[in-house]
Design a protein around this ligand. Structure first.
Ligand code: NAG
Ligand code: NAG
Length: 336
């Protein structure tokens, strides 16, 4: 009896709900057909949508901004060629012949053996780098793409050096998704720190906007790679017994600190000793950051020491065998 009464009540309730839903639908669809006149439809002309105007008399770009922003091109070229080749088997020239400025094609890069999702990530990051190269060139000009070496043995040298052992077989950055992600781990953290580093030197409002916009996406790239690695943190990296993904990231971070020689500005994706992590309370360290979770910054010299793998901004090598280009990087050679 009670059950039958409950069923009847439920039935009535459902009818009421259905009627209510229909009424709501009718109201909503009418609202979308006839927009209320108070909603502004031409938002771009709305002054409240416009960014705050620069101060009167402020310049968009100061001459001294140019070499700082151009410096980022070096790392951007390396990243663009790396991600695009890994995803598509071809690089920047395939998308836009003008961006290289006549510089040579990278050597040693190839398509990586990736699953569909990882290919998507690699392609997205690669295209983002192409956009950044274009944006920098249009804003402050540039220089030809420097010679870039992305051969497997370049990465193998980094990994051997980072792990402190000769990995056998040599680490192949192109062989599997996890290898690709570990190799990718080497770059965006450095470029983000480089973009942070030039911030205080920039004076023009357009320069600052460009730097902030690049930093926003670069830091996101780093977080994406790190999150994908953190999801596998405790897995071993085949065929190397005894080395987990977290272990690799920690050692690559330590390697970058060692190469750059300016203190600890780099941490792996998983915390061992509660000396790192957000407020020193997390095991995950997906967005590696310093005190108060503020991003790390690196100087151009530090960046070059890492990309050259030489600990010395005056000694090219590694991913940039003939050296980086632009006033800042070439300036170090004049000191040599
Ligand atoms: C490259 O530059 C040429 C000449 O300035 C121009 O006509 C062409 O549209 C550019 N290509 C791209 C993809 O921007
Ligand atoms: C650097 O750029 C200049 C042109 O600005 C070019 O002549 C030179 O070959 C480039 N060097 C490297 C190492 O890319």
């Amino acid at each position: 009896m009670a059950r039958a009464r409950d069923a009847a009540a439920l039935h009535r309730l459902l009818l009421v709900l259905a009627a209510g839903a229909l009424l709501l639908l009718a109201v909503v669809s009418q609202a979308t057909v006839v927009p209320p006149p108070s909603v502004p439809t031409s938002a771009p002309e709305d002054p409240r949508c416009r960014a705050t105007a620069p101060r009167r008399g402020a310049l968009a770009v100061y001459p001294s901004d140019m070499e700082q922003l151009q410096f980022l091109l070096n790392a951007k070229f390396v990243e663009a060629e790396w991600f695009l080749h890994a995803a598509l088997g071809r690089g920047v020239d395939f998308l836009d012949r003008n961006l290289s400025g006549g510089g040579p094609r990278p050597s040693g890069a190839r398509k990586a053996d990736l699953d569909f999702r990882t290919t998507e990530v690699a392609a997205e990051l690669g295209y983002q780098e192409v956009g950044h190269i274009r944006a920098i060139r249009e804003a402050v000009g540039g220089f030809p793409r420097p010679p870039i070496d992305l051969a497997p043995d370049r990465f193998a040298m980094v990994m051997d050096d980072a792990m402190g052992v000769r990995l056998d077989p040599p680490f192949d950055a192109y062989a599997a998704p996890v290898n690709f992600l570990l190799a990718s781990y080497v770059f965006p953290h450095v470029t983000a720190a480089a973009a942070m580093g030039i911030g205080p030197t920039l004076m023009g409002y357009a320069s600052k906007r460009l730097q902030a916009s690049i930093l926003a996406v670069e830091a996101g790239q780093d977080a994406v790679i790190r999150l994908l690695l953190y999801q596998r943190a405790d897995e071993l990296v085949p065929p190397y017994q005894g080395h987990t993904v977290a272990d690799f990231t920690r050692r690559i971070s330590d390697w970058r600190n060692r190469m750059s020689g300016c203190g600890d500005k780099d941490e792996g994706v998983k915390v061992l000793d509660r000396k790192q992590g957000a407020e020193r309370r997390t095991i995950s360290n997906i967005l590696g950051a310093g005190e108060d979770s503020l991003g790390f910054q690196r100087t151009p010299a530090e960046v070059l020491r890492i990309l050259y793998g030489s600990r010395n901004e005056q000694i090219p090598g590694g991913f940039l065998p003939r050296g980086a280009n632009g006033t800042i990087a070439r300036g170090f050679f004049q000191l040599a």
